[in-house]
Design a protein around this ligand. Structure first.
Ligand SMILES: [Zn+2]
Ligand SMILES: [Zn+2]
Length: 299
């Protein structure tokens, strides 16, 4: 069995179009032999992007009231959005589409803000109940670090985007993670911040995903300045990235993911399964058994 621990569907206001994207995704799962998948919305939405240049970097802050956010362009200083968190409507659409899907796990996408984050999670859990299988805390567009957010009870597993910027650096989330009373999945090789990885490995609740290894390697080795992992130029091959994980992380803490649509199922699966870094038994754990534990799946 294969479980994808990290995938997105680019939900838009057009429900039919969103449904179509989900159908395509399910078809790709089938073709590639993927049995189950975690799914969340794509965080890059038009509502908050900069009107001067859609490639500008956005940072989200708390708005006037809980549940409201303020987005600012980090390049030109423009306020790009202010009001009710626009992710709510996209999470709603994805929730409706996944309600009756047994093999697709609905993860909420929530931005990291100091007060709205907790408020929104409580609001969603109340609204959707047990169908919320996890939360993706999207640090990529956050104006804060997770350690700036006061801790709260973790009712479901949390997945967090990791990278080299301060708001995504695992070193700036450690206190939050320590107090989070559920599984805590750090994405993208935890940005290969080795000292942080070693520290995370000692915590009971941490999991590290290797999504999307092939894409990270191929894309950023050529453009190390834009890389989302530290010191990418130090690694001579994709196997080097896997080796760092093998040497520093307990094998029961590692999970595989595609990060679809930012990479493809086939590309990521082929790269991982054809690597000789992990034994067959280790591969089974990474592809399935470890994530089963996080999702509390018996079957
Ligand atoms: Zn701008
Ligand atoms: Zn992702």
């Amino acid at each position: 069995m294969i479980i994808d621990s990290h995938a997105h569907i680019a939900i838009t206001k057009n429900v039919e179009e969103s449904k179509q994207k989900l159908e395509e995704f399910k078809e790709l799962m089938k073709i590639n032999g993927i049995d189950k998948s975690v799914i969340m919305i794509d965080p890059y939405i038009e509502d908050i992007s900069c009107k001067n240049n859609k490639n500008h970097r956005i940072a989200m802050f708390d708005g006037n009231k809980p549940g409201e956010i303020l987005c600012k362009c980090m390049n030109c200083g423009l306020i790009t959005y202010s009001g009710i968190d626009p992710y709510i409507k996209y999470n709603d659409i994805l929730f409706e589409l996944l309600k009756y899907e047994k093999n697709l796990y609905f993860y909420l996408l929530v931005s990291v803000t100091k007060t709205s984050m907790k408020w929104l999670i409580d609001y969603y859990l109340e609204k959707y109940g047990k169908l919320v299988k996890g939360i993706k805390a999207y640090t990529g567009l956050s104006g804060y670090n997770l350690d700036d957010v006061s801790s709260f009870v973790g009712k479901v597993p949390m997945l967090v985007h990791c990278g080299i910027f301060d708001n995504q650096n695992p070193s700036n989330m450690i206190n939050f993670i320590k107090s989070y009373e559920n599984y805590f999945q750090l994405a993208h090789f935890a940005a290969l911040n080795i000292p942080a990885i070693k520290q995370m490995n000692h915590l009971d609740n941490t999991i590290i995903d290797i999504a999307p290894s092939k894409r990270i390697y191929d894309r950023y080795i050529k453009r190390p300045k834009n890389a989302i992992i530290f010191d990418i130029e130090k690694y001579a091959s994709l196997d080097d990235l896997y080796t760092v994980i093998l040497e520093n992380v307990d094998i029961t803490k590692v999970v595989w993911g595609s990060d679809y649509p930012f990479s493809s199922h086939s590309l990521e699966l082929n790269a991982f399964t054809s690597s000789n870094v992990f034994t067959q038994g280790e591969k089974e754990k990474i592809l399935c058994r470890n994530m089963k534990r996080v999702l509390n799946e018996k079957r």
